[in-house]
Design a protein around this ligand. Structure first.
Ligand code: PLP
Length: 492
């Protein structure tokens, strides 16, 4: 990247009269003359005037201004997949898939419907569920869909008082938000000092007004919740259902299944567990799985094998008997199909053993990094972690160097920053998730840099507090950047 181009918009490179193209007159002036005057432009269009090399350099340098997993290590916690095998992108862009129209008759899109159906079946096997819908567009959308299924279930039994959802204090913010959007009341349950849900506190909250308990396992601190079967028994005895937030499914893949633990409804984030880059907020996919007995509430369209005998014919729900108790549509068609294709390609290429290996390696890598830094960074909760872990900042708090400073200093070393100030359980949360795809060399280099930063924090704290020293944008005011972003160059 050429620093000369840092932060410049192309209008700043413009010089009057400079041009990078030449167009012959093609006779259109005559036709222009026939257009009504009120459709004609009366002042010149404000376009940048630049030569071709300047245009090429501008865009080439701008593309290199972005940090991506293709340019460096990306230990962002709570986001799981960063490296997404390129073959999955290739599968998703096969023209026979990419050019389909959602209104094509089912008999012309049998391959696509089979892909959808195959993925449904694989997710059922992975999650231990009876049926999956792939239609929701994101994790949060899946949560909403799952909670609507749970509501529909209680309503269908005439159990109208169940309006509360119990959510642990360690939960991702989307859990209470989705419950609220579903028209349910959120009740928070505390965690114990070891990071797991306080079962006795949960027991005291259970009664006939509770619709569901939402849990994440491993939870957002990266810790396995050992007591799920016991919790599930308690919750079921109280007539409520168990919802599994599957955003952290990775370390359990091929090893343990939410359905076997006692969960009734779950979502999976395909963009976190099954290979889709999700930087910038999309596209995502949040399939929802349900245990036997709840299938009839799932949204439509539904893809089904029409008759088991006619093995290879797949129908959409408008061709089959309509599910009267379905929620109806929660998305336009069958979800983000290209994301579903990437997930299918990923699962097929890894296979059962490969998936179990991915989760185990992610767990090993996370524990390796945590243990290599524990003498300098404060381990928030001292237990074996799963695919990610949380430090509560540096151990030495006397230097005044914060988690934000450490994250900024990492940028100078060519790393994407970890997730900071989440989860909210700790003041200086620094959440690291290395993933299964990084080599030992990469992890060792990262550990060495983290150790250097801790040493700087003691010896030369101003260097860390002033970081980054080498980025086009250094320390924006996060609140103003979010609330009052400047998105136009001209004052229009
Ligand atoms: C990311 C995440 C979600 C929400 O998923 P989106 O696809 O971003 O809507 C929910 N729960 C947890 C634990 C997550 O990490």
């Amino acid at each position: 990247m050429n620093r000369k181009y840092y932060g410049k918009v192309i209008f700043e490179l413009s010089r009057p009269g400079r041009t990078g193209y030449h167009l012959d007159s093609n006779g259109c002036e005559e036709h222009l003359a026939t257009l009504p005057d009120n459709l004609m432009r009366h002042s010149p269009l404000r376009l940048p005037e630049v030569d071709e090399p300047t245009v090429v350099r501008h865009y080439t340098n701008m593309s290199a201004n972005n940090f991506g997993v293709d340019s460096g290590f990306y230990p962002l916690g709570s986001c799981t997949m960063k490296y997404n095998p390129k073959i999955n992108d290739e599968m998703a862009t096969i023209p026979e898939f990419a050019n389909l129209h959602p209104l094509q008759p089912a008999d012309t899109v049998q391959g696509a419907l089979k892909a959808y159906n195959d993925l449904q079946a694989m997710l059922c096997e992975i999650g231990g569920m009876a049926e999956f819908t792939l239609n929701p567009y994101a994790g949060a959308h899946g949560e909403l869909t799952g909670l609507m299924v749970i509501r529909a279930y209680h309503m269908s039994r005439g159990d109208h008082n169940r309006t509360k959802v119990i959510v642990p204090d360690s939960a991702h913010g989307t859990n209470p938000a989705s419950a609220a959007v579903a028209g349910l009341k959120v009740v928070e349950v505390k965690s114990l000092p070891d990071g797991t849900v306080d079962i006795e506190a949960l027991r005291s909250l259970l009664d006939d007004t509770v619709a569901a308990v939402m849990m994440t396992n491993p939870n957002t601190v990266g810790l396995f919740e050992y007591s799920i079967p016991e919790i599930a028994d308690m919750v079921h005895a109280a007539g409520a259902l168990m919802y599994y937030d599957g955003a952290n499914l990775n370390p359990l893949l091929g090893i343990a299944r939410p359905g076997d633990m006692g969960f009734d409804v779950m979502h999976i984030n395909l963009h976190k567990t099954f290979s889709t880059p999700h930087g910038g907020g999309g596209p995502g996919s949040g399939p929802v799985g349900v245990r036997a007995g709840l299938e009839k509430f799932l949204p439509n369209p539904v893809v089904v094998r029409k008759k088991p005998a006619e093995d290879d014919y797949f129908a959409l729900d408008y061709e089959i008997e309509h599910r009267a108790e379905s929620l109806g549509r929660i998305s336009a068609w069958l979800g983000n199909f290209a994301v579903e294709l990437r997930a299918l390609a990923y699962i097929l290429s890894l296979g059962k053993d490969g998936l179990a290996m991915a989760g185990s390696l992610a767990t090993l890598n996370a524990n390796y990094v945590k243990e290599s830094l524990r003498d300098l960074y404060k381990v928030a909760i001292d237990r074996v972690c799963k695919h990610e872990f949380v430090f509560d900042g540096l151990i030495d708090k006397s230097t005044g160097v914060t988690t934000l400073d450490v994250a900024k200093r990492l940028l100078d070393h060519g790393y994407h920053a970890p997730t900071i100030y989440f989860p909210l359980l700790f003041h200086e949360s620094l959440m690291i998730e290395p993933t299964e795809t990084e080599s030992k060399e990469t992890l060792d280099e990262f550990i060495a840099v983290m150790r250097d930063i801790a040493r700087e924090a003691t010896e030369t704290p101003d260097i860390v507090k002033g970081a980054p020293h080498d980025c086009p944008v250094r320390r924006p005011d996060d609140t103003s950047a979010a609330l009052n972003p400047v998105v136009t160059y001209f004052d229009l």
